[in-house]
Write a protein that binds this ligand. Structure first.
Ligand SMILES: C[S@@+](CC[C@H](N)C(=O)[O-])C[C@H]1O[C@@H](n2cnc3c(N)ncnc32)[C@H](O)[C@@H]1O
Length: 358
């Protein structure tokens, strides 16, 4: 039977309770500001899209929608940088957690809202937002195409979508999930929803309610999904040895001893985040588990990816973000490039193209 929104809501509610159990009254303003600094620092270390594809220093006054805000750390960070943030999440506890962060921020989050709503039916007028941001959400909703269409609808023409979706052309999908969990452990032969159940686990009670929906995409799949957008850029990131079934636990213990943890994990995951090794960091752009995607809603008269491109752009309409500054561990640029994990090698970048924000 196909998963319902109730199933999705139940799972994310249970996971939230298990990750953030005993959170008490939450942090005071000083603590929250410090934890947002930590979060930003962690994102810079990971070259996460929240700081690479999001123009944090240019957010002042922009209308930003976060779809699936979870515990609200990302939305609070954008609010702190002066954005007028609207955060939606399907799950009541997560919406409350986001609202609580806005409340604690007080004046700096003036005009920010947290609303319980469904990504597939956003309760906003079209052309409302300068940026729509969503990290690891739209692949967990039953109709991802409908959710991406909603992102496009509510963006202003020329507005920017900044989205993370899981990457099928990755080590995690093919080795950890498909080979180990799907084939060797036999889950793929017993359950149509095995992939959801094999991803997203957290604290103690999380697995009594299992994740009903997870989807992952090749580069070609992302291009199809974002065909109504212009200026698509995508890059892979996020490689972790600790995701290898069974053995990963041992690795994680060693990794934490060797590289330590980052306190920036607390506002989003409820605990410090293990710092990646330099090798993991290098493998991220080649076979990482996340696609970091940026795309713009075409202004009237501008071509979308599924329309003939205007003269001077690549025939698939792709453009690429300027190279961000190098991370602490150092790595080559993670702009998308051909890799053995790609079902179809990507084109070379036609050169940096700035993406308009208004
Ligand atoms: C992996 S969590 C990501 C949370 C947050 N974006 C982060 O990165 O910390 C996925 C979130 O998506 C939300 N979600 C799932 N389906 C949704 C839908 N159809 N509409 C809105 N939110 C949804 C869940 O409630 C959950 O908070």
């Amino acid at each position: 039977m196909p998963a319902t929104k109730d199933d999705v809501q139940r799972f994310w509610g249970a996971l939230h309770d298990s990750l953030h159990a005993g959170g008490g009254d939450g942090p005071g303003r000083g603590d929250l500001l410090r934890s947002l600094d930590d979060l930003e620092d962690m994102f810079r270390l990971r070259r996460h899209m929240a700081v690479v594809e999001m123009p944090l220093q240019a957010l002042e006054g922009l209308r930003v929608l976060e779809v699936g805000s979870g515990a609200g750390g990302h939305s609070a960070l954008f609010a702190r940088h002066g954005a007028r943030v609207t955060a939606v999440d399907l799950t009541a506890a997560r919406t409350r957690a986001t609202r609580a962060k806005f409340d604690v921020l007080g004046e700096s989050a003036a005009g920010c809202l947290a609303v319980q709503a469904d990504a597939e039916r956003l309760p906003f007028a079209e052309d409302s937002f300068d940026i729509v941001y969503s990290n690891g959400v739209l692949h967990h909703t039953p109709d991802t195409e409908a959710a991406v269409a909603e992102v496009r609808r509510v963006l202003k023409p020329g507005g920017k979508a900044v989205i993370m979706l899981y990457c099928k052309s990755s080590w995690h999908y093919w080795i950890n999930l498909w080979l180990c969990v799907g084939v060797l452990m036999g889950k793929a032969f017993r359950d149509r929803h095995w992939l959801g159940k094999a991803t997203e686990w957290g604290g103690g009670h999380a697995q009594t309610v299992e994740n009903p929906v997870t989807r992952c995409y090749t580069a070609a799949g992302i291009r199809r999904l974002f065909a109504g957008f212009a200026g698509l850029s995508l890059r892979k990131s996020e490689f972790y040895f600790y995701l290898i079934p069974k053995l990963g636990r041992l690795y994680r213990r060693w990794q934490v001893r060797r590289y330590g943890t980052h306190p920036g994990g607390v506002p989003v995951y409820g605990e410090p985040w293990p710092i990646q090794s330099p090798l993991e960091f290098l493998l991220g752009p080649v076979m990482g588990w996340a696609w970091f995607i940026a795309a713009t809603k075409p202004a009237p008269g501008q071509g979308a990816l599924d329309e003939p491109p205007p003269a001077g752009t690549a025939s698939d309409g792709s453009s690429f973000m300027p190279s961000p500054s190098p991370p602490r561990h150092g790595s080559s640029s993670s702009q998308q490039r051909g890799s053995p994990f790609d079902s179809k090698p990507s084109r070379p970048a036609p050169g940096p193209v700035p993406v308009p924000l208004t």
